[in-house]
Design a binder for this molecule. Structure first.
Ligand code: PEP
Length: 252
């Protein structure tokens, strides 16, 4: 049975003290009321080690928002997958549209990052999704298929078991525009069928596919009720404990 997951992506928000506060609040809220799904928080690099010490890892998984495409060495300012793992983190987000767009992360670069993350024992939340222009031209299926083929379909079946897919239509990220639950379900089912064509039905059935894009407590129950939506990757609404917990509670 595939996992239901609600993962937060803090992006470049929260200084260290604010991040610690949020992690403590969430840890306490989930200790008081056990979630019905896996919960992950993905934080800026600077928070990882401290947050790792604060959270109960049996209830909250920890992830980074990126890692380097090189193993180690003279790459000033970069943070390797091994370094991320050494903080106690278990996950890393890769392929987010903001990194593809603003930092020119190509499918080849992402392929390297994915391999290094997996080699260092991290699970990868791999983001895919089309732009508004591509959606309007009805190209969303081709886009997500090409993104999978470009960076994760080189993996063995064993490696692919450590990949969580996050479908994030770019036009819905941070815009307040959410894909309708029917739109999201349609493409999630398509993504699962593409995975089944590559790795077989069993692997596809075991792959968690999260929806991301202006997901909040008010729309999460309808989205998560769809058979191929296994949870969410949450940006803005992961920055306040009550908002994030509201989405986690959609699984109740
Ligand atoms: C994201 O960027 O991963 C995201 C889903 O953002 P938001 O929830 O703010 O749309």
């Amino acid at each position: 049975m595939r996992k239901k997951i609600v993962a937060g992506n803090w992006k470049m928000n929260k200084n260290l003290q604010e991040g610690i506060e949020l992690a403590k609040e969430l840890n306490e809220a989930l200790a008081a009321e056990k979630p019905n799904c896996d919960v992950v928080i993905c934080t800026p690099f600077i928070h990882l080690a401290k947050v790792s010490d604060i959270i109960n890892h049996e209830v909250i998984g920890l992830g980074a928002e990126n890692c380097a495409d090189k193993e180690k060495g003279a790459f000033t300012g970069e943070v390797s997958a091994e370094m991320v793992k050494s903080t106690g983190a278990e996950y890393v987000i890769l392929g987010h549209s903001e990194r593809r767009e603003y930092y020119n992360e190509t499918p080849e670069i992402l392929k390297e990052k994915v391999l290094l993350a997996l080699a260092n024992g991290l699970k990868v939340i791999f983001c895919i999704g089309e732009s508004l222009e591509q959606r309007e031209a009805n190209q969303q299926n081709e886009v997500v298929k090409a993104e999978l083929e470009g960076s994760v379909f080189n993996l063995s079946e064993e490696q692919f078991a450590n990949i969580v897919i996050a479908y994030e239509p770019i036009w819905a990220i941070g815009t307040g525009k959410t894909a309708t639950s029917d739109q999201a379900e349609e493409i999630h089912a398509y993504i699962r069928s593409v995975i089944a064509d590559k790795y077989g039905k069993e692997v596809a059935e075991n792959t968690s596919i999260l929806y991301g894009g202006s997901c909040k407590a008010s729309n999460a129950p309808e989205l998560f009720a769809k058979p191929d939506i296994d949870g969410g990757l949450i940006g803005g609404a992961s920055l306040k404990c009550a908002d994030f917990k509201g989405i986690i509670d959609a699984w109740k």
